[in-house]
Design a protein around this ligand. Structure first.
Ligand SMILES: Nc1ncnc2c1ncn2[C@@H]1O[C@H](COP(=O)(O)OP(=O)(O)OP(=O)(O)O)[C@@H](O)[C@H]1O
Ligand SMILES: [Mg+2]
Length: 227
């Protein structure tokens, strides 16, 4: 089992208390593609931040690869996240002052502190894999929105994570582009066995998932369950 949430409660305290999740349960198995659907404000980003160990729960347990997250120190958590989780944020998150190549190697630089030959080779292979190698030396302002997404996917893969979490990965992309990005996730899942969790409000994307959960009444309802 790759990830378990048990009876999770999550609230925001400011500006006034807001209960986002109550008694929320979720099991994600290794190698699955899981979609989280829900309207704006339902809690998709909050849930993915919890799954991606960026945010903490108020109550309940989070287990990732059999480890209880609450028993880990901040440093352990940061290292664990950097090695196991590739995150693709809802808003593009590339550093404008760095090239496509430099952006791609950030997670490895955080881990290793310097650029190894192996990481350089891997980053180039990944940029080729996501079909943006020709934009290697470009800055983010010099590539398209779809290409930015692809660079973010290469960056998410650079440390060879077990799970990729993508928060509305196709928002702001035209229909052709959105299907090509989803096909890329499917290919990554098949080629590397990476578990993929993505959020969306677009029902067209659900065909790419083995499991679909909808956020409803502060919890998750299973819409599709293919084992
Ligand atoms: N840091 C925060 N502090 C207080 N409230 C927050 C915070 N982040 C989110 N919220 C609130 O929590 C609820 C869930 O927000 P969240 O961003 O998870 O929704 P979402 O489903 O991702 O929405 P969208 O589709 O617009 O991205 C919303 O009501 C939002 O206003
Ligand atoms: Mg969101």
């Amino acid at each position: 089992m790759s990830l378990i949430l048990r009876d999770v409660r999550k609230t925001y305290k400011d500006p006034k208390e807001l209960i986002v999740f109550e008694k929320l349960n979720l099991n994600i198995e290794t190698g699955e593609i899981v979609a989280i659907i829900g309207p704006s404000g339902s809690g998709k980003t909050t849930l993915l931040n919890i799954i991606g160990l960026i945010d903490k729960v108020d109550e309940g347990e989070v287990y990732v690869f059999q480890k209880n997250v609450s028993s880990m120190t901040e440093e352990e958590l940061a290292n664990f996240r950097n090695e196991n989780v590739g995150f693709i944020f809802q808003l593009p998150h590339l550093i404008e002052e760095l090239t496509v190549f430099e952006n791609t190697i950030i997670p490895s630089m955080i881990r290793d502190k310097f650029l190894t030959k192996e990481v350089k080779r891997r980053a180039i292979k990944l940029l080729e894999y996501v079909e943006v190698l020709d934009k290697n030396d470009n800055f983010p302002s010099e590539i398209s929105g779809g290409e930015k997404r692809r660079v973010e996917i290469a960056r998410a893969l650079v440390n060879n994570p077990k799970i990729i979490i993508a928060d509305e990965p196709t928002s702001n992309l035209d229909p052709n582009l959105k299907f090509s990005i989803m096909s890329l996730f499917k290919k990554i899942n098949k080629d590397f066995g990476t578990t993929i969790v993505f959020s969306t409000h677009d029902y067209d994307l659900l065909e790419y998932a083995n499991k679909v959960f909808k956020i409803e009444n502060r919890t998750l309802v299973a819409l599709k369950f293919q084992v």
